[in-house]
Design a protein. Structure first.
Lengths: 432, 113
């Protein structure tokens, strides 16, 4: 290799390393900077962006630092200080922040011994980004933008919104944090259970957006799932006593383990019963199952499992089954029954109906589905009509099944789903 | 930081006529709670929207209309001003207000001038 070629190759390697550091470390650096800058998201983001620009400039020349994350945080902190000194606008605030920065002394960040301080910063940031006073879509965008190393265009693509819309959403959220005085802290104990639920809901929503693939770029959606798992893992590390965080991690891993098996070669949906179980991710299943088992062991006697643990337990039933025929549908129906008590809702009822149909036959499932139909809560829910159609089909009630398939088809969200429903509809019509 | 808690209450139906005086005990208890927390600054009930007059000045002309500026199911029925650096406490104060039970509470930061 000639000199320039080697240089170009090593420049590429450094660039790749900076990109990886961005994914892995930007959330961490940002969390610390936001604290150091008294909750100023914008100044913190600028400082962290400055640090990554500096990394691109100096790493090719000086080599990659031993601890890239600490390098980024230290550089960002220095750039923030430079900017503040240059600006000299808010004299009072400056004195206060300078004092804070000096007291903090970067050594506490650079040394590994300060890991707990860093963890606190990120936990604060998670709770701030997921504060219920922010709109749900803003919570999601802000969490992904600040804690997960996803860029604004990536998040926009994942959620199928124009980049400008997403950028605006983030700007508005940051403005509200500032103007309303949304605190940058882990909530006090009395608020913690409720607020933790809110954080878990955001993470689960991020995962589902990536998993249920209503449409859009498959690669970006895969990234959303990975990001949700990464952030949930982080939450588990930061809050080791939060049982439902462990349970959510288990649930995400067990669902994610089926990702490759649930789409066919043409991108079509492959139902659970038709999936090639050899393609399920064994490592994710092993980790998920271990988490579920540990959670049940640690469940205080006499208390009901939380909703995420119940859903993880249901996913574990599927993961443990070597074949569809081996699925313990009775156990799954029972778990849905408990879930209905813990977290009532029509979708849970529908899922229980499916499990009951599998355990006791389609007629028993249809009784529950028709009760739901009478309530009317799921009239616009495509899975409800698809499920009802399937039960009617299996009972040989073809005209009713066809009507239900048509209704589901009118609500289908993507091509894969549509193709599946069209196929089924043709089957019941042909058989009739 | 100061927050105004705006209390939006359902309007009594026109046919209801003069309503009996609402039970003030929960409101007094609530105001006491705000004082105990050391965050109370001010607070008052407002007369019903039937007592409201809306004024606009356009091109130097004063336009006077009877009633609130917009007809809505819930109308501004009162307010509190609290002072706290804890946003979560401001939200809790709104949630504890008796007005939250049948109306809606808006928590608005007051801009310092």
């Amino acid at each position: 290799m000639t000199g320039p070629e080697a240089a170009a190759k090593s420049a590429d390697a450094v660039r790749a390393r900076v990109e990886r550091t961005f994914r892995d470390e930007s959330g961490r650096a940002l969390a610390t900077l936001i604290r150091l800058l008294g909750g100023d998201f914008d100044a913190a983001e600028e400082a962290v962006a400055d640090a990554f620009v500096a990394a691109l400039e100096t790493w090719p020349r000086d080599g990659i630092p031993a601890n890239p994350g600490a390098w980024i945080t230290t550089t960002a902190r220095n750039r923030a200080l430079d900017r503040l000194r240059r600006a000299r606008r808010h004299a009072e605030k400056l004195v206060e922040i300078e004092r804070g920065l000096a007291a903090d002394e970067m050594e506490s960040i650079v040394r590994l011994g300060s890991e707990s301080r860093l963890a606190d910063d990120r936990l604060r940031l998670i709770f701030t980004c997921c504060h219920p006073a922010l709109a749900l879509d803003a919570r999601v965008a802000l969490t992904l933008r600040t804690l997960g190393g996803l860029t604004t265009p990536e998040i926009a693509r994942a959620f199928l919104v124009p980049e400008a819309t997403l950028a605006q959403r983030i700007v508005r959220a940051k403005k509200k944090i500032r103007d309303a005085g949304i605190p940058y802290r882990v909530p006090p104990d009395e608020l913690l259970p409720e607020r933790l639920d809110g954080v878990l809901a955001v993470l689960y929503l991020v995962f589902n957006e990536g998993y249920s693939a209503t449409s859009g770029d498959a690669l970006v959606r895969r990234e959303l799932c990975a990001e949700a798992i990464r952030l949930t893992r982080l939450l588990v590390v930061l809050m080791p006593d939060a049982a439902e965080a462990h349970a959510l991690l288990a649930l995400l891993l067990l669902q994610d383990s089926r990702r490759d098996a649930r789409t066919g070669p043409g991108g079509g949906i492959v139902l659970l019963e038709d999936q090639d179980r050899a393609r399920w991710d064994a490592a994710e299943i092993a980790e998920g199952l271990a988490l579920v088992e540990a959670a049940f062991r640690e469940l205080p006697t006499g208390s009901l499992p939380g909703p995420y643990l119940l859903q993880a337990a249901i996913a574990a039933c599927h993961a443990r089954s070597a074949s569809p025929a081996a699925t313990p549908w009775g156990e799954i129906a029972a778990l849905y029954g408990i879930l209905e008590a813990v977290a009532p809702g029509p979708v849970v009822q529908l899922n229980r109906a499916v499990a009951v149909a599998m355990a006791e036959g389609p007629a028993a499932g249809l009784v529950l589905v028709e009760a739901l139909n009478a309530e009317g809560a799921l009239t616009d829910y495509r899975h409800f009509h698809a499920t009802r159609a399937d039960l009617l089909r299996r009972l040989g009630r073809r005209p009713a099944a066809a009507a239900a398939y048509e209704r589901a088809l009118s609500l289908a969200a993507n091509e894969a789903e549509r193709a599946f429903l069209v196929r089924r509809l043709a089957e019941v019509r042909a058989a009739g | 930081m100061q927050y105004m808690l705006l209390i939006y209450m359902p309007e009594p139906a026109p046919g209801d006529g003069e309503l009996a005086m609402p039970d003030m005990a929960p409101w007094f208890a609530y105001t006491d709670w705000l004082r105990e927390k050391g965050i109370y600054k001010a607070g008052d009930p407002l007369a019903p929207s039937s007592a409201t007059t809306t004024i606009r000045v356009r091109d130097g002309q004063r336009l006077t209309t009877d009633g609130p500026f917009a007809e809505t199911k819930e109308v501004l029925g009162g307010y509190y001003v609290i002072e706290t650096d804890d946003f979560d406490l401001a939200l809790e104060a709104a949630a504890r207000c008796p007005g939250a039970l049948d109306g809606s509470m808006e928590v608005r930061p007051i801009v310092e001038m």
